[in-house]
Write a protein that binds this ligand. Structure first.
Ligand SMILES: Nc1ncnc2c1ncn2[C@@H]1O[C@H](COP(=O)(O)OP(=O)(O)OP(=O)(O)O)[C@@H](O)[C@H]1O
Ligand SMILES: [Mg+2]
Length: 313
């Protein structure tokens, strides 16, 4: 499989690591899936990079592949049936010009069904940043549509894989209410893989250990640090500004501020009767994410997060 060249802080880097996550795609390709796979993980942890590399893998395994990412206006379509390919490409073209990505996302379900009807045997549908273009209210019903392709296909098939990815903790809850999908988390990169990425960045760099501690293996934060000449202060300030943290903190009462201060040292303190309302607000702001309490490999797309380590960023 060709390793993709990706861009990180305007530098070309090679896709690294994520062996387990790619292995999982291979397993799905070999064994098939019973449910749509809804993947969630922290912002910038590397979902898109992995999914784009996965399209390469799936093409190599003989799959027809539809990959779209409305947020990044990115797509990859490998469909044998020319009519369907043209139909999808013209919708994508329109979306590129007029930002009608919602139409593309919805149409993928009927295009996938038509492809199966027309004889496609191995098909992978990957919708990255799936719910932003169609709205969170529609997330569950969209997943139900993906499930319909698997459960009630218009003709028989060998393998159909449907994947939707999101970085929004609120959509995880929305999907989790129903029995329509497998919800799978992916975490930041594991230490060794993250080191390979760090090593690809040119110039003088702080020690890897410091960068690991600051980022917790999140490639987007690595990118931000690199862009700000490794000034963690600048990255933190930018984050405070972008997320409107000052306003958020001002809106809290004294008790909530105490809870927040405790949670910064130990996020698990939010998982208490007192802490849950604040946790919900942090989830809405995408500042916190609920993840499984178990570190077993089966619960995770790639390596599970490192064991509890309060010094990790
Ligand atoms: N395994 C990897 N190898 C090389 N580069 C990577 C890898 N994972 C992520 N990156 C780079 O790190 C940056 C952030 O990754 P990416 O955009 O995939 O995260 P994401 O989880 O999709 O983010 P978002 O939540 O915003 O959608 C990108 O520049 C990407 O190219
Ligand atoms: Mg992404």
């Amino acid at each position: 499989m060709k390793r993709l060249r990706l861009s990180l802080a305007n530098q070309q880097v090679e896709f690294v690591d994520r062996d387990l996550a790619l292995k999982r795609i291979e397993d799905w390709a070999n064994r098939g899936v019973a449910f749509p796979q809804v993947i969630y993980g922290p912002e910038g942890c590397g979902k898109t990079a992995w999914l784009r590399q996965s399209t390469e893998l799936l093409k190599g395994l003989g799959f027809e592949v539809i990959y779209v990412n409305p947020v990044e206006s990115a797509f990859m379509v490998k469909l044998g049936i020319t009519d369907l390919r043209d139909r999808l490409m013209s919708l994508i073209q329109e979306a590129l010009e007029q930002f009608t990505w919602g139409k593309v996302i919805w149409s993928i379900i009927s295009i996938a069904r038509s492809a199966i009807e027309a004889g496609a045997r191995k098909l992978a549908i990957i919708v990255d940043d799936a719910f932003q273009a169609i709205g969170l209210d529609n997330a569950a019903i969209y997943v139900k549509g993906l499930l319909g392709i698997l459960e009630h296909p218009p003709a028989s098939y060998d393998r159909v894989i449907t994947i939707a990815a999101t970085s929004e903790g609120v959509s995880r809850r929305e999907i989790g209410r129903h029995e329509w999908a497998d919800l799978m988390p992916i975490w930041n990169m594991p230490r060794e893989g993250f080191k390979q990425l760090y090593e690809q960045l040119p110039g003088n760099k702080p020690d890897f250990e410091d960068i690991w501690k600051l980022t917790g293996g999140n490639p987007r934060i690595l990118e931000r640090l690199y862009e700000s000449n490794w000034s963690s202060d600048a990255v933190v300030r930018e984050l405070i500004d972008r997320k409107g943290l000052r306003t958020f903190i001002e809106s809290l009462n004294v008790h909530e501020r105490e809870l927040l201060a405790k949670a910064i040292d130990d996020p698990d303190t939010l998982m208490s009767r007192d802490g849950i309302p604040l946790m919900n607000r942090l989830i809405e702001l995408n500042l916190a994410l609920e993840i499984p309490e178990w570190r077993d490999l089966t619960f995770w797309i790639d390596q599970p997060p490192p064991e509890r380590d309060p010094s990790l960023g």
